[in-house]
Each structure stands twice: as C-alpha cells, then as structure tokens.
Design a protein around this ligand. Structure first.
Ligand code: ADP
Length: 183
C-alpha cells in the first residue's frame, strides 16, 4: 500500500484518495482536466498529452471541443489506460452556476464509465489548478458526486483520486471523512 493513500469502500466499490502523478496510474480510464477547446494546456492536460503521445491530441482535434460541465472520450495512446475522459470543469468565478458545472463535469465522466462499462477510473482534482476553484469548495462537490453515483448499480469496481500535492490530498481526505460520516 502506498504511504499516502486512504481507502474507503462505497457500496462494494473501492474508492481511494492518493498522492501522485495521474499519468503513472494503471486504470481503464484516466480523467483529464481539459479546456473547452480540447486544445491542450499545462497542468494535468500537459502531463497527459506528453506522456500519452500525439494520438490523443489527434482525436481531440477531430472531436473539436467540449462544453464546460461535460466530458468526451478518446483512446489513451501510450498511457497505461484504455481511455482518456477529457472533462471540462468551470473556471472559478466565470460562470453563474459553477457548483453545478463542476458536479456535472464529474458526472459526465461517470456516465462515460457506464457507457464503456469500465471497471476502474482515476480522477484529478478538476478546476483547482489553472481554473482556480478553491480546493476546500471543490473537494466536497467532487466527492459527493462520485459517492452518490456509486450508491447505484455500476460497472466500476475501483475509483482513484490522484492528487498532486500533500495539501490537496489532505483537503480531500477531510472532505471524504465528513461525507463518509453522513452515509
Ligand atoms: P484546471 O485547469 O481544471 O484547474 P489543472 O491541470 O491546472 O486543471 O489543475 C488541476 C489539479 O491537478 C491541480 O490540483 C494540479 O496541482 C493537479 N495536477 C497537475 N498535474 C498533475 C498530474 N500530473 N497528476 C495529478 N494531478 C495533477
């Protein structure tokens, strides 16, 4: 077991919060924090395209774009995954309904997971880097959306949250403790 990993079981599904680099995990689908143009950028997006190789961007160009609060799937190139789900979270304080848009970006990935019948998925912390959504506000929205989804029948057996730094991991752990106590 990794030292900085907290594992929960939600309705029989393993749900883990860990510190790490999302391009290094081995899962069926890796979620990317993309932008609406699917144009590539820094942060998670830069890491995914550079580790996964150019075929991911070729597919993104063909798709053309993705509205905020939604997600689209491509193959995963050289990553240890079958798919990349490119999710577009809101830019903090640029949308009226950003809580709903953030939840819906996560939900769109969960919907893709069911459509492709995948067993494992890894999420980064959407919108909390370049898009400046405060982690303390984003973590409970992200976690509640996923936990609620896992309470229904699902193809998923494992959900990973891969947080880049210790502080973000700590904020997600605290939020998860609160949510876990609620159900
Ligand atoms: P957004 O534009 O949606 O805010 P970013 O990629 O800028 O997306 O940041 C989202 C979060 O992902 C931030 O907490 C950032 O520290 C983190 N992050 C950056 N690179 C990686 C990576 N390789 N693996 C996991 N998380 C990462």
């Amino acid at each position: 077991m990794e030292p900085f990993m907290s594992t929960y079981t939600v309705n029989g599904v393993t749900f883990a919060l860990m510190q790490g680099d999302i391009v290094r995990v081995e899962v069926d689908a890796i979620v990317n924090a993309a932008n609406a143009a699917l144009a590539g950028g820094g942060g998670v997006d830069g890491a995914i395209h550079s580790a996964g190789g150019p075929t991911i961007m070729e597919e993104c160009r063909k798709i053309g774009g993705c509205p905020t609060g939604s997600a689209v799937a491509t193959h995963a190139g050289r990553l240890n995954a079958q798919y990349v789900f490119h999710a577009v979270g809101p830019i903090y304080q640029q949308h009226g309904d950003e809580e709903q848009l953030l939840a819906s970006a996560y939900q769109s990935c969960l919907d893709l997971a069911e459509r492709y019948q995948i067993k494992s998925i890894a999420f980064p912390s959407l919108s909390t880097g370049a898009y400046r959504y405060p982690v303390t506000l984003a973590a409970p929205i992200a976690l509640r959306t996923i936990v609620r989804h896992l309470q229904q029948p699902t193809s998923l057996q494992q959900v990973l949250f891969v947080l880049f730094d210790a502080r973000t991991l700590d904020t997600y752990k605290r939020a998860m403790q609160q949510i876990h106590d609620d159900f």
